[in-house]
Design a protein around this ligand. Structure first.
Ligand SMILES: [Zn+2]
Length: 84
């Protein structure tokens, strides 16, 4: 996402996931590093916008089986039909 916005950054630990052994899993999670800290306010604003976007979506009810589905689901978790 930051790449799309033209913010220079890189992901650290992206390939460390295969190296989990003695390391705590937390240490192996990918981290995003900005190339320059002057980008931080813009990056944070973008992240906030992204979070708010996701939060703004509402749960929906499947018209076929009436099950409640989270907004992030494009198909019903219960019967597999698409939302309308
Ligand atoms: Zn359904």
């Amino acid at each position: 996402m930051l790449d799309n916005a033209g913010i220079p950054c890189f992901v650290k630990n992206e390939f460390a996931i295969g190296g989990i052994g003695d390391l705590a899993p937390f240490d192996c999670l990918p981290e995003v590093w900005l190339a320059d800290e002057e980008w931080e306010p813009k990056a944070k604003r973008l992240l906030k916008e992204l979070l708010e976007q996701n939060h703004g979506e509402e749960d929906w009810f499947c018209p076929f089986c009436k099950e409640k589905n989270a907004a992030s689901f494009e198909i019903c978790w219960n019967c597999g039909k698409e939302s309308t």
